[in-house]
Write a protein of this length. Structure first.
Length: 412
């Protein structure tokens, strides 16, 4: 390996280390914020840069596919590091291909970094100084890895073309080492998969602990400190229980949201348990940019149509069967909604007419606008008598409902 390419490989490793360190801190900070800052760790962004990163880490756009963007940074850098390590370990037989793969991956990372920086510039995402360092490291990785490869653009293009032809089976006589190179790429990809699984599991465990670990008394203090919002249950809202009940529980949902399905199973027994003292109402906040202007990314492509389908079923008095079926179904198939409507016993002709009716879309849009005014950015979002409930395990919700009923009971 030439001295120049070795030096640039080391520069690449330094940039990967810098990005990994920043992403690691941001991931740990995200986990800390999930626990309400209970770990008490030093806020590096505020200390070093005089500006915190917490607003960015808590924004809806900073989470993708179940983990924080910082977690994706860890996956990205682990994969890059694996490719560079393999290029050294396997030597000249794999070096060019490994560095080409790393360069292509770095180019993808640089493109995403430019996109995120653009969102900050236009005001669609909050500024994060440490995130900027990660983005600059991603941009610098492209020329560093290009220099580390020691190849011209034409040579890189020819190498990529040869690899594609081999994978497509169009190479007349493949070199004997080609299958082992595929194994090398598979090993690097496996490192990325393992990193993703670790981040995903750790995030899920911390999310569960953050919800389950809070005591009812802590949840009550947090609930009482929340501002009471003007949140009315009207005639267009599907509900269980009388609208004038002493306790009103309002839930904003998106039908492709797994957490909404989990919460629904916990909430359904409550109206029967508390009788006429409780009203449970559902409002719509689809996590899709097709009908929700608060979203810049279409997280759940069928969520808007599913919300309209629930409203259409409500017109036939079948909201709750449709609600339950939509939350449990795979909505990706084109015929999913008509099939679910048919299984729910709906008049399909009327269902299709209601689904396309302007009033149906207007109801969903009205709920979305209300949610945005209330500061809702994700689902499920739970409000009890107009106050936002951050921890909504069944035990905590029952405790808060009982507290609200006791607070309204006249003293003797």
């Amino acid at each position: 390996m030439a001295a120049g390419t070795t030096r640039w490989s080391l520069v690449g490793l330094v940039l990967i280390g810098l990005g990994s360190a920043a992403s690691g801190y941001l991931l740990v900070r995200s986990w800390d914020l999930m626990a309400g800052g209970a770990m008490g760790r030093l806020d590096v962004c505020s200390t070093v840069f005089g500006r915190g990163c917490d607003a960015t880490l808590q924004s809806a756009s900073s989470w993708q596919l179940g983990i924080p963007l910082a977690g994706w940074g860890i996956v990205y850098y682990c994969t890059l590091a694996a490719l560079l390590a393999l290029s050294w370990w396997l030597g000249a037989a794999f070096r060019a291909e490994a560095l080409l793969a790393a360069l292509l991956l770095a180019a993808l990372g640089a493109g995403i970094s430019l996109l995120l920086a653009g969102l900050v510039l236009v005001g669609w995402a909050p500024h994060c100084p440490l995130c900027l360092i990660v983005q600059l490291a991603n941009l610098a990785l492209v020329p560093a890895l290009k220099k580390a490869s020691g190849l011209t653009v034409r040579e890189l293009r020819e190498l990529a073309g040869g690899g594609c032809r081999y994978l497509l089976g169009r190479t007349a006589a493949a070199e004997s080492s080609a299958p082992w190179k595929v194994v090398g790429f598979f090993a690097a990809a496996l490192v990325g998969v393992v990193a993703y699984q670790w981040v995903f599991v750790e995030t899920a465990l911390r999310r569960s602990a953050a919800s389950a670990g809070v005591t009812p008394e802590q949840a009550l203090r947090e609930y009482q400190s929340a501002a009471r919002q003007d949140l009315v249950i009207d005639a267009t809202d599907p509900r269980l229980g009388p609208p004038d009940a002493a306790v009103q529980l309002v839930v904003f949902i998106s039908f492709q949201c797994p957490a909404c399905a989990d919460l629904a199973r916990s909430l359904r027994p409550l109206p029967e348990e508390f009788g006429p003292q409780l009203c449970l109402a559902v409002k719509h906040f689809p996590l899709s940019s097709a009908c929700n202007p608060a979203l810049r990314v279409d997280k759940q492509p069928r969520a808007c149509e599913a919300a309209r389908a629930a409203v259409a079923a409500q017109a036939q008095g079948q909201f709750w069967p449709m609600h339950d079926a939509l939350l449990q179904a795979d909505l990706s198939a084109e015929d999913a909604l008509p099939r679910i409507a048919r299984e729910a016993g709906l008049d399909l002709a009327r269902f299709r007419a209601e689904l396309a009716a302007p009033a149906t879309a207007a109801k969903v849009q009205s709920d979305v606008e209300l949610a945005r005014r209330l500061g809702v950015a994700e689902t499920p979002a739970v409000f009890l008598n107009g106050r936002r409930v951050q921890h909504f395990s069944p035990e905590v919700l029952r405790f808060l409902i009982v507290h609200e009923l006791a607070a309204q009971r006249p003293e003797h």
